[in-house]
Design a protein around this ligand. Structure first.
Ligand SMILES: [Zn+2]
Ligand SMILES: [Zn+2]
Length: 350
């Protein structure tokens, strides 16, 4: 079996081509179907914003590192004890690439994202098949296509962001970063009753998309003063909730100042390792009493993401797909930013 993998660590855009990271297909020994496992023939696997970070070595310097965790597919086989969710051969499914043990301190304390014994089977999604534990698999609702279904995992992250900020209907909300996760968070929070919903994003095309998805205002952080615009939009109060998913050091420092007194600020991206942000504790924690929170994975959100997915506009997320053997080209197009999302078509299933 073939899978896409990082075979050389390095920035995929390094101007020095000899230092560039490399992504290509490698041979991969498929796992055996365990008694509680589901064998899924992969339809689509979307490229994640974190995949280029894998190439840069954020998850370790070893190679090869197989890729792919945003998948959809069709059930091809079921282990003899994979019976708890009523799956049938042929069901269209998506799910969580991580398997949580269910037994450790964190799993039993409502914090499965910190699970101490996640089975470390490498189960790459940019390949022909995946073998997942039944607990990781979710049936796609009727009317959601396999092509749309590979967005379930990123949507679960948006649901987690909504959980972390506990938005109340009517609160003023800003999102910093109009990539795929930012656009999904925007749609989820809009459904929850956000007002003065604002997207802060330097790329015009992505600001337009945010407007299409229901943003009432957009701010261009390069051409405009973010704080002035935010105060104009919110009558000088600032936003009750600010979500950063830009991950950009240039963007994150301005956000405490646009968060309202008593407001919540989510730093929800994968930031550069070791990056330090100066922070005025007196103003923001003492005087303004902000709540600052983070986001790591998406625990307990998949059942709700499945409920939500038919209500999310996914068309701009699934415009572009490449066959598996063109994975290197697909990453080039992903890095160009021309499309919100780039998909790998792993099998011809629809
Ligand atoms: Zn991802
Ligand atoms: Zn656990």
């Amino acid at each position: 079996m073939k899978t896409a993998a990082v075979t050389k660590i390095g920035n995929l855009r390094d101007p020095d081509i000899s230092k560039r990271g490399k992504i290509e297909l490698i041979d991969f020994e498929p796992h055996e179907l365990g008694d509680e496992d589901v064998k899924i023939k992969v339809a689509y696997c979307a490229i994640c914003g974190s995949d280029p970070h894998t190439a840069e070595g954020s998850f370790g310097p070893h190679v090869p590192q197989p890729l792919g965790h945003e998948i959809s597919g069709v059930i091809e086989a079921l282990g003899k004890n994979a019976t708890k969710k009523g799956f049938k051969i042929g069901d269209h499914v998506a799910g969580n690439f991580l398997q949580f043990c269910g037994t450790c301190y964190y799993c039993q304390n409502g914090q499965q994202n910190f699970c101490r014994s996640m089975p470390r089977r490498q189960n790459p999604g940019m390949s022909d098949h995946v073998m997942w534990h039944e607990s990781q698999v979710y049936k796609l609702p009727d009317g959601v296509s396999l092509r749309q279904g590979c967005i379930l995992e990123p949507l679960s992250v948006a649901v987690r962001a909504a959980d972390k900020v506990s938005a109340k209907a009517g609160q003023r909300i800003a999102i910093s970063g109009g990539g795929p996760i930012g656009q999904l968070i925007l749609q989820v929070l809009r459904l929850q009753g956000a007002t003065s919903l604002t997207m802060i994003e330097p790329i015009a095309q992505r600001r337009e998309l945010a407007t299409k998805f229901g943003a009432q205002y957009v701010i261009d952080p390069v051409a405009q003063n973010v704080e002035e615009e935010a105060m104009r939009i919110t009558d000088g109060f600032g936003f009750d909730i600010v979500c950063d998913v830009s991950g950009a050091p240039a963007a994150v420092g301005a956000l405490p100042a646009i968060t309202a007194k008593g407001g919540t600020l989510l730093y929800g991206a994968m930031y550069p390792v070791g990056y330090m942000m100066p922070f005025d504790l007196f103003t923001y924690m003492y005087r303004n009493e902000l709540t600052i929170t983070g986001l790591f994975l998406s625990p307990y959100t998949f059942p709700r993401a499945v409920q939500l997915i038919p209500h999310i506009d996914l068309a701009p997320f699934i415009e572009k797909a490449f066959p598996l053997d063109q994975v290197a080209e697909a990453f080039d197009v992903h890095l160009s930013g021309e499309y919100l999302k780039v998909l790998i078509r792993c099998n011809d299933l629809d």
